[in-house]
Write a protein that binds this ligand. Structure first.
Ligand code: ZN
Length: 314
């Protein structure tokens, strides 16, 4: 009896020690949270503030988010003006907590200018795995700084994750290459794909600008309808974190001129898929986007993606 009690107590104590030893991390976007989980492994407990379908350009922290962040060992946000509504909050929090803007460390010559603001950069760097490698390094370093005892584990896990980024990068370039040259036009709800277009040679058109804050005017929609018709573009894409209202207006506009356009699929632009699913990981998100774009625009890619893990019928 005593032995059993002792065993139970020691299990309780062990799990309490383990929980206490875990570094608590709060991350804004799913992409940052997943990367922190991959690199942190068992040593971290990561909470993402923004779930599937959440638009980071418009997101504001809730009361429970504030509580979580003020208690966390480490807070990771994207920066580059992605979380536009949270800038002041993070500035304030950084005086009291360990706060790192993970994309701010990217070399400036790798960044694209922001169309709407002088002296700002386009924040959508996660669309290209080669760029995300820089962010992964920054997250690894932030974890090591916050928890030096586990430095070796973080370094080893980071190596594994960086190798996965390399694999998805090679897959992406390989399948996107099969899209016919005259079909390499990516029309989406907002300008989240400029880095993607730059890296893989696609012309990228967003109905709204880089931020989702500005409204798209009727003139913009009319111009894009014109372009769909004259360039004979057949597929446009919706985004999981932006309303599809404008895309539908575009399809109707083209139809009224006798040009048939269909939705090529839903892309994960600024948020990932459901937690626990493959599309709810950074690698799965990129696989989904790249595979969907390739197949919808006439290229060839496996139906279920790089490793057969994509959900069917997406
Ligand atoms: Zn965006």
């Amino acid at each position: 009896m005593l032995t059993r009690l002792g065993a139970a107590l020691s299990i309780l104590l062990t799990s309490a020690t383990m929980a206490a030893a875990q570094l608590t991390v709060v991350a804004t976007t799913g992409m940052i949270a997943d990367t922190a989980r991959q690199i942190g492994g068992d040593h971290v407990q990561v909470r993402a503030l923004m779930g599937p379908g959440v638009d980071p350009h418009a997101f504001r922290q809730t009361r429970s988010d504030i509580v979580a962040m003020t208690r966390a060992d480490l807070v990771l946000w994207h920066g580059l003006y992605l979380e536009a509504q949270m800038e002041e909050f993070f500035e304030d929090l950084s005086r009291r907590r360990s706060v790192v803007a993970v994309a701010e460390g990217l070399p400036r010559d790798l960044l694209l200018a922001h169309e709407d603001y002088d002296n700002r950069y386009d924040p959508h760097v996660w669309m290209v795995p080669d760029l995300w490698q820089n962010v992964a390094h920054t997250i690894r370093d932030a974890l090591i700084a916050a928890d030096p005892e586990q430095a070796d584990a973080y370094s080893t896990n980071a190596e594994t994750f960086l190798a996965e980024l390399e694999t998805i990068s090679v897959y992406s370039a390989g399948v996107l290459e099969t899209v016919p040259q005259d079909q390499r036009v990516l029309l989406t709800a907002h300008d989240a794909f400029n880095y993607f277009g730059n890296a893989y040679g696609f012309e990228v058109l967003g109905i709204q600008g880089i931020s989702t804050e500005s409204e798209a005017g009727l003139a913009r929609i009319a111009d894009l309808v014109d372009l769909l018709v004259t360039r004979n573009i057949r597929a446009v894409f919706v985004e999981s974190s932006v309303s599809d209202r404008n895309i539908r207006a575009l399809i109707e506009g083209a139809a009224s001129r006798g040009h048939d356009v269909h939705i090529g699929g839903e892309l994960y632009s600024d948020a990932m898929g459901e937690p626990g699913s493959y599309e709810g990981t950074y690698i799965g998100m990129i696989d989904h986007n790249v595979t969907t774009i390739t197949r919808s625009l006439g290229g060839s890619a496996p139906e279920r993606g790089m490793t057969g893990q994509l959900s069917a019928g997406m």
